[in-house]
Design a protein around this ligand. Structure first.
Ligand SMILES: *[C@@H]1O[C@H](CO)[C@@H](O)[C@H](O)[C@H]1NC(C)=O
Ligand SMILES: *[C@@H]1O[C@H](CO)[C@@H](O)[C@H](O)[C@H]1NC(C)=O
Ligand SMILES: *[C@@H]1O[C@H](CO)[C@@H](O)[C@H](O)[C@H]1NC(C)=O
Length: 186
């Protein structure tokens, strides 16, 4: 009896994992085909990839752990995507007055990022409901460092126009180069 229920439990677990995997493929597909274009539209409305000439000298290099992300497990990738969306959302919560962006446009972008990060909830949660952050700890730390670099830069430049232009371009590349690549190899 006990053995039977254990087997039943294992079967259930396998089925759940299978459903989760299917779900995550769909989430990744949706992120690539629907969500990313929405973010692109919102980002274009606040200047897109523009980098004013006078801001070129201020460009630091931020170390995005691209290779590590591409090599991560599916679960690791899911956790990473969710984290990236949340961190970008956080960046746009800082004072962008000097960038001169329309607050309503930024609010739409924030709203899109918030909803998108929610769509990744099920994929970055293990079957016990625990948020899967312990695995791929190294990748996690690398991502945290990357976003801290961006935050420190913005702060150090006192959220000036150039700093925001540089960060906007960085996020553009992150979204439409790195994230695209990741989602295509999900
Ligand atoms: C998810 O997609 C990958 C490749 O894109 C594929 O290898 C895998 O079988 C898919 N998983 C499911 C459960 O459909
Ligand atoms: C945002 O920055 C502007 C200009 O730098 C400043 O005048 C304003 O007080 C700041 N707003 C907040 C909420 O800190
Ligand atoms: C996540 O899973 C819960 C419960 O299994 C479900 O109700 C919810 O619709 C799912 N959310 C998404 C975005 O798939």
């Amino acid at each position: 009896m006990a053995t039977l229920s254990l087997q039943g439990l294992c079967l259930l677990l396998l089925l759940t994992l299978e459903i989760l995997a299917l779900d995550c493929n769909k989430t990744a597909e949706n992120q690539l085909r629907v969500n990313n274009p929405e973010v692109r539209k919102r980002m274009e409305a606040i200047g897109g990839q523009q980098l004013p000439q006078e801001c070129l000298y201020k460009r630091p290099t931020f170390s995005f752990p691209e290779e590590k992300i591409l090599r991560a497990s599916k679960e690791g990738k899911s956790v990473a995507v969710k984290m990236i969306l949340e961190k970008i959302l956080k960046i746009f919560e800082h004072n962008f007055t000097q960038a001169g962006w329309d607050p309503r446009t930024v609010a739409l972008l924030q709203n899109a990022l918030y909803q998108q990060s929610n769509q990744w909830k099920n994929c970055s949660t293990t079957e016990t409901g625990e948020v899967a952050t312990l695995k791929e700890r190294d990748l996690n730390l690398n991502l945290l460092r990357y976003f801290r670099q961006i935050q420190t830069f913005l702060e150090g430049q006192q959220y000036c126009l150039c700093a925001w232009s540089v960060v906007r371009l960085e996020i553009w590349k992150l979204f439409f180069v790195s994230l695209d690549k990741l989602l295509n190899r999900f």
